[in-house]
Ligand binder design. Structure first.
Ligand code: HEC
Length: 106
């Protein structure tokens, strides 16, 4: 009897675990034309798998520290599999096309 309760408990807890993992994350999809050049194909390869381009740019032009921090967040927190050298290419692309050179501010 005790063992049945134990098994039921294990089943219940794993069900709860899987329910959490498979819960879909809703991301708004905003259509937006991507500017060509400076390795935009690398940006398309790595940055459009989880959200749209428009979603990334809906807050206007951003500074280099913002783009550096954002790419680091995508890699470290959301586990985007992007090699270091491509991260730098992506940051440069965003600073040039959708940002500005600055060492401070957002
Ligand atoms: C593994 C999935 C994934 C990939 C790949 C990814 N992102 Fe994200 N991104 C997210 C999630 C999840 C959010 C929303 C959560 C949040 O805002 O904290 C987000 C939000 C953003 C935002 C909105 C502002 C912010 O900080 O939340 C920007 C800008 C952004 N991503 C840029 C990028 C860029 C640039 C790349 C390519 C280097 C990229 N993302 C690749 C998952 C990803």
């Amino acid at each position: 009897m005790k063992i049945n309760i134990l098994i039921a408990g294990i089943l219940l807890s794993t069900t709860a675990l899987f329910a959490q993992v498979t819960k879909p994350i809703e991301m708004p999809y905003v259509e937006y034309p991507i500017e060509a050049g400076d390795h935009d194909e690398i940006v398309q390869q790595y940055c459009l798998t989880c959200h749209s381009f428009g979603y990334m740019l809906n807050q206007g032009k951003k500074s280099r520290p913002y783009w550096t921090g954002t790419v680091a967040k995508m890699v470290n927190e959301f586990k985007a599999p992007i090699p270091k050298e491509d991260q730098q290419i992506i940051i440069n692309y965003f600073v040039k096309h959708y940002g500005y050179e600055s060492t401070t501010g957002h």
